[in-house]
Design a protein around this ligand. Structure first.
Ligand SMILES: [Zn+2]
Length: 134
């Protein structure tokens, strides 16, 4: 992957060359310079688009990591689900399949089947099942 700043600098150099030589340049050389400038700008556009997407992906990953740091989940072997580390009453279970596979925090709302991956959880404690059905 080329450095987009270098690509843009290359295009600017070409534009400067056109400006400096415009009056004395022949038609063939002029068309060659325009073609090179167009190629470099197109390449820069592709590279910048890739960097924008990469930045969005990194921002999303960073938000997840910050959320994990501020609100960590702890696996409960008795219930077979995750709970928030500060959720002492085990009032809000999270789907372990979604968390382990995709690092998604999916609440197991008022049922024992994950609304995201459809995994069924039958091993929850009676207390949690009562809470979910209330
Ligand atoms: Zn799930």
């Amino acid at each position: 992957m080329s450095d987009p700043i270098s690509l843009i600098n290359g295009a600017i150099t070409v534009i400067t060359s056109i400006r400096n030589q415009f009056k004395k340049i022949d038609q063939t050389r002029f068309e060659s310079i325009i073609a090179e400038m167009t190629r470099q700008l197109t390449e820069a556009q592709v590279e910048i688009s890739a960097l924008i997407q990469k930045n969005l992906d990194l921002e999303k990953e960073n938000r997840k990591l910050l959320d994990d740091k501020e609100h960590p989940l702890v696996f409960d072997t008795k219930d077979g689900v995750y709970y928030g580390a500060d959720d002492k009453d085990h009032s809000m279970p999270y789907c372990p399949h979604c968390y382990d596979a995709d690092h998604l925090k999916i609440h197991l709302m008022s049922h024992e089947v994950c609304r995201h991956c459809r995994t069924s959880y039958k091993k929850m404690s009676d207390e949690t099942k009562r809470w979910l059905s209330s």
